[in-house]
Each structure stands twice: as C-alpha cells, then as structure tokens.
Design a protein around this ligand. Structure first.
Ligand SMILES: [Zn+2]
Length: 263
C-alpha cells in the first residue's frame, strides 16, 4: 500500500435494511481511522433510496450504533455539512438533474426492453457461451419501434452508455489498474418509475461531496460523465481506496447490537 498522508475525505455510506453488522462496522472503523490519521474528514451518508427496506428505525439504529462506538463523523445526519443533505432520499432532485444531463449529453439513453425480452436474450447469450449482459439494443431505436413502445405504454429505464476504450486508475493497494469497457455492459441508472439506482446516486454523491471513494467500474464511468458535464473535479473520486472484502459474508453476519447487548 502506498503511503498517503494528505487529508482524505472518506465516507461510510450504509444502506441500513436492518441493524448494522460487524462487516459494516469494520468498514466504518477503517474509514474513520483513515480520516483521523490524515487529519481529513469522515463523512456519514445514508443510502436510503429504497424506503421500503430502509426504514427510519434502521437509520436511527445506524446513527446510534456509530455513536455508541465513538466513531464520530464530521459531516452527516444530525451534524450537517457543506454538501448535504446526507440522506439520499432527500437528494432525489439532484439525481434527476444529473440523469437529465447524462441523457442530454449522450452518456445515457432510454432502454425500452421488457424484463422478458432481456431474459430471453440473456438465455441466448448463455447458450452461445457469451457472458450475459445488456447487449446495447436500445442504443439506437428506430422511430417505428419507439412509437410502438410508447403506444404499448412501456416505461423506459435509463442506461449508461459505456464509452469505447478503457479506464486506468490508481488503486491504493494494487497500484495502476486498467479495465476494458467491453467488460462493463451498459447498466441501469434510473428505473422505469423514475427512481435512481445506487449506480447513479453513489457516484454522483461521491463527486458532489468531493469524497475519496472506492469507485467501482460502473461508478468510475458515471464519475467521468459528471466531469464531461463541466463539473469542477479535483479527480478525487477517481482514486481508489482499498475496498474491504465483505466480512459479514465471509465470516457469518453478527449484528452490532448483539455485542451491544452483551456489553
Ligand atoms: Zn433496451
């Protein structure tokens, strides 16, 4: 791992669909310690666009757990900060604005494929020994097809148009990493009902909140699209900070509250 002593802005961004488990806490602890070590900021953001599964009760429990552990945050719920709000459910206008920009500048497009059509094509890909993934069918839609889809009342999703080429970024552990865009099929940013997916919300937030994020390949594509739009960027969100393996998945999930009860 390369030595990094500049102040970092790292975020802990759980999507609490239950009580936080030890894997969440390990991530939070790592980020908190990294921020404190470098004299940077620890940002706490709640990813709650799925309000059916992420309840107010779970959000409050996450806040209480971090407080109980003494992992104080510099920006986030109850504290505020210059880049708030820090609950994604309160940032839907921002995601809609960016989705519209991506569409206007050609970085995204509407896809009208039904789930049955997608599944049939995935099946064909599997039969042909091709890696399953969206095939780009709606990158260009004929006026006739568009009229038919509209008449059928189809609600399109918005997909990222992955550019040709490759992306190279610096990962704090692995150093320079390059991936070919061919291996990242066009992915969905906004559902048919207009709600954003994490693929859009996380990357946009990391850019706007000027975070040093652990960007995924998809996230990096969205980050690049935001900079295409002229958003001032210091390139931070394109750097890589080690992404820890999911402890809870590897070693069995233990909710933090279990330990709290035993304290
Ligand atoms: Zn499509």
């Amino acid at each position: 791992m390369t030595t990094n002593t500049r102040p970092v802005r790292v975020r802990f961004a759980p999507s609490p669909t239950g009580d936080l488990h030890v894997g969440n806490i390990r991530t939070a602890l790592f980020d908190w310690a990294y921020a404190r070590h470098t004299g940077g900021q620890f940002i706490f953001r709640i990813e709650d666009t799925d309000r059916e599964r992420v309840t107010d009760e779970y959000i409050q429990a996450a806040i209480d757990t971090l407080k109980w552990l003494g992992l104080n945050w510099d920006e986030g719920p109850e504290v505020g900060g210059p880049y708030g709000p820090y609950l994604q459910s309160q940032r839907l206008d921002i995601y809609a604005e960016w989705a519209a920009k991506f569409l206007a500048q050609g970085d995204a497009y509407y896809c009208y494929c039904s789930s049955e059509e997608l599944e049939a094509r995935r099946e064909a890909q599997r039969a042909a020994n091709v890696a399953p993934g969206y095939d780009g069918k709606c990158r260009s839609i004929s006026p006739e097809d568009l009229a038919r889809y509209t008449a059928e009342g189809r609600k399109p999703v918005l997909r990222m148009r992955m550019p040709d080429g490759s992306t190279t970024f610096t990962d704090s552990i692995r150093g320079e990493v390059t991936f070919d865009h061919n291996f990242v099929p066009d992915f969905v940013l906004v559902r048919g009902d207009g709600s954003p997916l994490y693929t859009l919300a996380v990357a946009v937030d990391d850019v706007l909140m000027k975070g040093d994020s652990r960007s995924s390949r998809r996230g990096l594509a969205v980050v690049h699209a935001t900079t295409d739009s002229g958003l001032p960027s210091d390139g931070r969100a394109a750097s890589g900070i080690p992404n820890l393996c999911p402890l809870a998945l590897c070693h069995g999930s233990r909710q933090c509250k279990t330990f709290q009860a035993q304290w």
